[in-house]
Design a protein around this ligand. Structure first.
Ligand code: M6R
Length: 607
């Protein structure tokens, strides 16, 4: 989390930095700040809250200079105050940081013993102070920053700016991503290439442990051992539409509406020309050589994995273990022979998922990732990276990335079934043809929006909401509850319908709405029985089903939302849409900040 940016340019840096930070605000919005060097003087401006507060401050209290660094913060150490906002300055050096300096307490003691005093509660200030100490001891700016780096433990992307140096930025990464942008007589640094999109599409990604010395006309990169390193300069295809809401009130609304299109594109991408097979990019993956899958992810991506477990096990007969990355990485689970490890991540930068991937390197029979950002660390460190092609997702609550993840995972499961000879060609072709029709079905589901908004306005009055689902609808219930709590701040929990009577049913009374996700599938009768148990205890059921389900099991439900019928295997993708719309409109009814909900950040690059 946190976004960092730097510019050595030919124009005033402040507006460029603010524009770049706007593109990084998805990484955190607790505070924002910039520092520049003008006439040799290092100065900074910082403001609490969203970037707009910094922009307002700069209108009244401008900051001149053509060299600068900037930061948008997701608070880890210290409250979101102006004092704790980056850039942190100590004498002749200013620093912006994404990550956590794990040994900052030890370093703080050392710095305090050297007679320096702290003004912030952050870990980052130690970096600035240490550099100041080394500079005062006679080292030049780069040597001082390098010496500081050698003292740091933890994860970081850092950019340093120095008093008296208006053609120098020092940057380094360990555990957090960093991209260098090449302009014409200008040089930039950013947490990702998208931050730099309006400035350049010529990008060099720093590798793990790299540090870089930037001037307007040169870039020198050294690896973790201090040796000069050659990193490729890449021409990046960047999604310029990134900060455009396309006429929608929120990015989330736009991203929900885009799903039929992007899912259609993802399906086409992985289909053979004749539409009869699933084709993977090189080096591919032969599931006939795989006995087991381990899937690891966080948050919504984890729920995509839980859904895929049902698909891989039921359709392809492959046993699947699914884990939350933050647990997996420290549990040191054994990885049996012929096990492929599969990581799902929208950003491709989630720190826990990346660490889990690294744990599996050299142990698993293949590292596969399903990602939205093809240049991300997770994609680059995989043997096979499968893009989900959702396009840039800005809303902190993941929507189109989730359904595109599901689409790619389902296609992977179908390929696995075919590779392993458990799905005949004709049956595979039938499934793929139903999948090709899915975007049309999703469009019909989106037409229910007004109806869903009316129900959501009533849900907004609730304090607690339960989500229930069976089989493929259970992970979707988990995702529906997560979506709702993320953006409406209503407490929501999900249970497998059959589990309710083992405890959670005690929560049911007339004030608790229960969202039941139940297409008319093989498990429908069992879901209806569980729904009856709830209604018998005055539970208010919102049933999301199809026409047949509404007819057969809808009696007594408080509200019913009817979706089109589809192949049961596709229902997680279809039923995700009303779950997202329900969360979106509940949040609208409550007046919360839909795209940037409190306390969250889009890309979670710290543990
Ligand atoms: O970028 P990732 O897919 O790895 O992110 C994982 C989670 O942080 C993410 O899905 C999070 O749960 C979303 N805010 C959910 O809407």
């Amino acid at each position: 989390m946190c976004g960092i940016v730097g510019v050595l340019g030919d124009h005033e840096a402040a507006p460029i930095l603010v524009e770049a930070l706007k593109r990084l605000e998805y990484r955190g919005y607790d505070s924002a700040g910039i520092a520049t060097v003008h006439d040799g003087i290092l100065d900074r401006r910082r403001a609490v809250g969203k970037l707009v507060n910094l922009s307002d401050l700069l209108v009244h209290d401008s900051l001149r200079g053509k060299a600068g660094i900037g930061h948008t913060r997701w608070a880890t150490h210290g409250a979101p105050t102006v004092v704790n906002a980056h850039p942190h300055q100590a004498g002749p050096v200013a620093v912006v940081h994404n990550g956590i300096i794990e040994n900052f307490r030890d370093l703080r003691q050392e710095v305090a013993a050297a007679g320096m005093s702290f003004v912030t509660e952050t870990d980052t200030e130690t970096v600035a102070l240490l550099t100041q100490i080394y500079m005062e001891a006679g080292l030049g700016p780069v040597a001082a920053a390098r010496k500081t780096l050698s003292r740091l433990e933890g994860a970081f992307a850092l950019a340093f700016l120095f008093q008296g140096e208006d053609d120098l930025i020092f940057a380094a990464r360990k555990g957090s991503p960093l991209a260098i942008g090449h302009g014409d007589g200008e040089m930039y640094v950013g947490s990702d290439a998208i931050a730099l999109a309006p400035l350049t599409d010529r990008i060099t990604y720093l590798d793990e442990g790299d540090s870089a010395v930037l001037t307007r006309t040169s870039l020198e990169i050294r690896n973790a051992d201090g040796d000069l390193a050659n990193r490729p300069l890449k021409q990046i295809q960047l999604d310029q539409a990134r900060i455009d809401k396309g006429g929608h009130k929120h990015f989330m609304a736009k991203e929900i509406a885009e799903q039929p299109t992007v899912i259609g594109e993802a399906i086409d991408h992985y289909l053979s020309r004749d539409g009869a097979r699933v084709v993977l990019p090189e080096p591919g993956l032969d599931f006939a050589k795989i006995d087991r899958l381990t899937m690891v992810a966080c948050g919504t991506a984890y729920y995509a994995c839980v859904t895929a477990k049902y698909w891989f096990e039921q359709v392809a007969g492959i046993p699947v273990d699914v884990d939350i990355a933050s647990e997996f990485r420290y549990r040191e689970p054994p990885i049996p022979a012929r096990t492929a490890a599969l990581f799902v991540s929208q950003s491709g930068e989630t720190a826990d998922t990346l660490a889990a991937l690294r744990y599996c390197q050299g142990k698993a029979a293949g590292i596969v990732s399903v990602v939205n950002v093809p240049e991300s660390s997770i994609a680059r460190e995989s043997d096979l990276a499968l893009p989900i092609l959702a396009g840039t997702e800005i809303g902190v609550a993941s929507t189109k990335a989730f359904t595109c993840q599901l689409t790619v995972l389902l296609m992977l499961a179908l390929k696995a079934a075919s590779d392993r000879g458990v799905l005949e060609d004709a049956a595979l072709a039938d499934r793929l043809s139903a999948l090709r029709a899915l975007p049309g079905v999703l469009n019909v589901a989106l037409e229910r929006e007004t109806e869903i908004a009316e129900v959501a306005a009533r849900l907004a009055e609730a304090r607690d909401i339960l989500f229930l689902g069976r089989g493929l609808m259970y992970p979707l219930a988990l995702e529906g509850a997560l979506k709702l709590k993320e953006i409406s701040y209503i407490h929501a929990e999900a249970y497998a319908s059959g589990e309710l009577k083992h405890g959670p049913i005690a929560l049911i009374d007339k004030s608790v709405p229960i969202v039941v996700l139940a297409p008319r599938d093989a498990l429908f009768d069992k879901s209806v029985s569980n729904m009856q148990e709830v209604m018998a205890r005055n539970g208010k059921v919102l049933l999301i089903t199809d026409a047949a389900g509404a007819k057969e099991g809808g009696e007594g439900a408080w509200q019913i939302i009817r979706l089109p019928a589809t192949d049961p295997i596709l229902t997680p993708i279809l039923y995700a849409l009303p779950a997202q719309l329900l969360a979106y409109h509940t949040a609208i009814a409550k007046g919360t900040d839909v795209d940037q909900p409190r306390n969250l950040a889009k890309s979670v690059t710290v543990e």
